[in-house]
Ligand binder design. Structure first.
Ligand SMILES: CC(C)(COP(=O)(O)OP(=O)(O)OC[C@H]1O[C@@H](n2cnc3c(N)ncnc32)[C@H](O)[C@@H]1OP(=O)(O)O)[C@@H](O)C(=O)NCCC(=O)NCCS
Length: 192
């Protein structure tokens, strides 16, 4: 199994011990409104998700994001192969947002996709009101490729999702910036 270390985080396989952390993070409306996850997010939802994702495979990677030195899971991210392209999402517990952890996770996830999974591009998206995710995606090189109607369970309404794509080339251009390069250079992909 491969796992990823960034300066302050470890991205590793989920375990059932992480259930309370996932419920705490995704149970928050401010987080959930940006995602397609059940709301309210229950212990049963978390057990079902983690049980399905206990072991990663080339088609489906799900990483718990652990804050180094604490054992606490502060987020999650995934990469799923569908129709020949990697898709997936990212979330952080609201308490831990705005501290640069999201940038570490976005870069770690993309590095893993391009260097380990040998993807040429990855597909993402964000709900049209999610300016923070928009900013993050632009920063690491994502480009807008379309839009579609999705449904937010937390908002209980249809929302417009802006569809985005990150090519390997755009990603490596983005990480040439001094700020991102410093974060990127500390990311290690390891095996246990
Ligand atoms: C999106 C998310 C992963 C970002 O993680 P984070 O740790 O908060 O992000 P960081 O602290 O690394 O960076 C935040 C950046 O967004 C900027 N930002 C914050 N709020 C913003 C807003 N409302 N509009 C535009 N930019 C914003 C910050 O200034 C910072 O920019 P900088 O790196 O250029 O200085 C996290 O906020 C999250 O999980 N949100 C809820 C779930 C979600 O939206 N997931 C993504 C679904 S597409």
């Amino acid at each position: 199994m491969k796992y990823i270390e960034t300066e302050r985080l470890i991205l590793r396989e989920w375990t059932l011990k992480d259930v309370p952390y996932q419920v705490e993070g995704l149970g928050n409306f401010e987080t959930a409104k940006n995602l397609v996850v059940p709301f309210p997010y229950t212990k049963e939802n978390s057990i079902a998700y983690i049980t399905k994702h206990l072991k990663n495979s080339a088609e489906s990677y799900a990483f718990a994001v652990e804050l180094k030195g604490t054992g606490k899971v502060i987020g999650g991210t995934s990469l799923d192969l569908r129709d020949g392209q990697y898709h997936g999402g990212i979330w952080l517990n609201e308490t831990y947002t705005g501290k640069g952890y999201g940038t570490e996770v976005w870069l770690a996830r993309a590095k893993f996709a391009f260097e380990v999974l040998k993807a040429n591009e990855i597909e993402n998206g964000y709900f049209e009101f999610n300016n923070r995710s928009k900013h993050m995606q632009e920063k690491v090189g994502y480009k807008i490729v379309g839009k579609k109607v999705n449904f937010s369970p937390a908002l209980n309404q249809e929302v417009v999702e802006i569809l985005t794509r990150l090519t390997k080339e755009d990603f490596y251009n983005a990480v040439q910036s001094e700020k991102l390069k410093a974060i990127y250079d500390k990311i290690k992909i390891l095996k246990h």
